[in-house]
Design a protein. Structure first.
Length: 164
């Protein structure tokens, strides 16, 4: 026969003690769940007009890579979400991705160097690297490099003979 609810006996040794580590773990778990729930606002987007080439060929992508080389350090963040153009490869990161990128780059010195595009004759166009870049990256005159266009406004220059 059933008695009325038994009063739960409380033994002090049975009361779980919440350690700071557990608190932290919980906080991490909550944060994870939150980010998991937060879907990209552009998820499922298709045939959006590309600001770069004008075709309606931009669609949602979750495999975008942010790749930047600052002075002496390369930052690569894979699996970002946003839009990608299937025609010209133009990429646009969504708000979540932008936040992630900011998080990883905020403490880094601004890596950008302005340089002029000049004509060097024979219809060729040249760019002059700033002295700082030459010094830090140890670029010398006959070094070879591979240039990879990422979009029609972005490119990566990878040095082959760099002694760095
Ligand atoms: Zn495009």
């Amino acid at each position: 026969m059933k008695t009325k609810k038994e009063k739960m006996e409380i033994h002090p040794e049975n009361i779980p003690v919440i350690t700071p580590e557990m608190m932290e773990k919980t906080a991490i778990e909550i944060a994870k769940r939150r980010t998991g729930k937060k879907e990209s606002p552009v998820k499922g987007a298709k045939d959006i007009k590309c600001p770069s080439c004008g075709n309606s060929t931009m669609s949602y992508a979750n495999d975008l890579t942010f790749d930047v080389t600052l002075t002496g350090e390369r930052i690569v963040i894979p699996n970002l979400t946003g839009l990608k153009c299937s025609k010209c490869s133009e990429e646009a990161f969504d708000a979540n991705s932008t936040k992630i990128i900011e998080k990883y780059t905020i403490d880094k010195s601004v890596g950008g160097y302005e340089l002029k595009v000049s004509t060097v004759g024979g219809g060729k166009i040249g760019m002059y690297f700033p002295k700082d870049v030459l010094r830090v990256m140890k670029i010398s005159k006959s070094d070879k490099a591979i240039l990879t266009p990422l979009s029609n406004r972005k490119m990566i220059i990878e040095l082959l003979n760099s002694t760095a």
